[in-house]
Design a protein around this ligand. Structure first.
Ligand SMILES: Cc1cc2nc3c(=O)[nH]c(=O)nc-3n(C[C@H](O)[C@H](O)[C@H](O)COP(=O)(O)O)c2cc1C
Length: 392
């Protein structure tokens, strides 16, 4: 519920602006205090009086000339969350590029509160490289994106670009404002560890770290306190505490030093390392008949064994089917296990998409469709938050 929560709804100029009247209505029904900004173009599609009647307050429409001297700073500081729905390519472009030339963009560039952006436009516009570049920038800057969905578009077209339904947006806002958000400590591991053979060579694996980084960024966008222990050379949002490691031993050390309510162990930790690591580079002339291997520490097991055990999510990248992963979920005593078959195209290492099966601690399976790693991260966090709420 959103009882008493201060929600700013920015409506920009697309046909889907009519749906934002329903969104405003749903927010008010959920108990939120709602203020609305309409761009000039939005008012070509829907009247201010509609929102005034729904929210009980006149919408804000201009940077200058309204009752407040500085409406953008007032609104930016007032809101606990801001929604842009529908978000046009034009507004997305302004915000992504720091252009604060109207009340919506000026407010979004001023607010420190989380912002949810629901794009809506024709497929061609959505897929244009400029739009995609701007969307990527917004995601990197910590904005939360929802949609667009696929389906019927204005003018009888069909494709991706539909604004998501008002009810879905309300659910996302509820998740963003969940009272536990700022206190939930999320520990994420990512990347493949590298176990040295000599100063030049290592035993490694093909994990890119993209899945773990996507989870850490998504958790940060939701306002969680996030620590990312990573063996991958990828960026993370500025609010994520990043601990860079290389080997399984270093990962164990870093993880041991972090208290957490939720531990999401997405790293591919090497199971074995060379028993001896040479101080100097091993030369071809010296020869090397074999490499003796020793097992590495089990980082996941160390977290499961904690006295104050967090909610633990393991990852299993397998090649032999889901049965082994089901066994692993039960034996390792995790709360959830995310399984993926890394031999499947578009799934697993290095890819931007993933098709996973979620397995719970009892071995019950839930296959998810192929999605971007970001979508998997988002759904996984929804599921974790839901499971924690059910326990509470
Ligand atoms: C009939 C019509 C429908 C439009 N629908 C969209 C839309 O769905 N998404 C979009 O990005 N732009 C759409 N536009 C273009 C925007 O209205 C235009 O780019 C405008 O400058 C956006 O301004 P704003 O972002 O300040 O609201 C539409 C324009 C017209 C004439």
């Amino acid at each position: 519920m959103l009882q008493g929560r201060r929600v700013l709804l920015a409506v920009t100029g697309g046909v889907a602006a009519y749906k934002s009247a329903i969104l405003a209505r749903r927010l008010v029904e959920a108990g939120a205090e709602v203020k609305v900004i309409l761009t000039d173009s939005a008012r070509e599609f829907i009247g201010a009086q509609t929102f005034a009647a729904i929210t009980g307050g006149q919408p804000f429409t201009t940077l200058f000339g309204e009752t407040s001297v500085s409406p953008h700073t007032d609104l930016a500081r007032w809101c606990e969350v801001a929604i842009v729905a529908p978000a046009t390519a034009s507004t997305i472009g302004r915000v992504a590029n720091g252009i604060s030339s109207d009340l919506v963009s000026a407010t979004l560039l001023t607010t420190r509160s989380p912002v949810l952006i629901a794009p809506a436009m024709h497929t061609e516009m959505w897929e244009h490289p400029a739009t995609q570049r701007n969307i990527n920038t917004l995601e990197r800057d910590g904005y939360l994106l929802i949609g667009p969905a696929s389906g019927a578009l204005a003018g009888g077209d069909v494709g991706i670009g539909r604004v998501v339904e008002p009810e879905e947006i309300v659910e996302a806002v509820e998740a963003m404002l969940s009272p536990d958000d700022s206190t939930l400590r999320v520990l994420v591991t990512a990347g493949g560890t590298r176990e040295p053979l000599d100063p030049v060579r290592y035993l490694g694996n093909r994990s890119s770290g993209k899945m773990g980084h996507a989870i850490a960024d998504e958790a940060a966008r939701r306002g969680f306190t996030v620590t990312l222990v990573t063996a991958a050379d990828l960026s993370a949002l500025p609010t994520v505490k990043v601990v860079a490691v290389e080997t399984a031993d270093e990962m164990l050390d870093a993880v041991s030093g972090e208290d957490a309510d939720v531990a999401i162990m997405a790293a591919a930790v090497a199971d074995f390392r060379p028993s001896k690591s040479s101080e100097g580079k091993i030369s071809r002339a010296d020869g090397l008949d074999s490499i003796e291997l020793s097992p590495t520490p089990d980082v996941l097991a160390s977290v499961v064994a904690r006295d104050e055990r967090p909610f633990v999510v393991g990852f299993a990248a397998e090649t032999e089917g889901v049965e082994r992963a089901i066994e692993k979920a039960v034996v390792k005593k995790v709360d959830l296990l995310v399984y993926n078959d890394v031999t499947e195209p578009g799934s697993g290492f290095e890819s931007n998409t993933n098709r996973v099966v979620l397995i719970d601690g009892e071995g019950q399976t839930e296959p998810w469709p192929m999605m971007s790693k970001q979508e998997v991260a988002s759904l996984l966090l929804d599921r974790i938050v839901g499971d924690l709420a059910a326990r509470a």
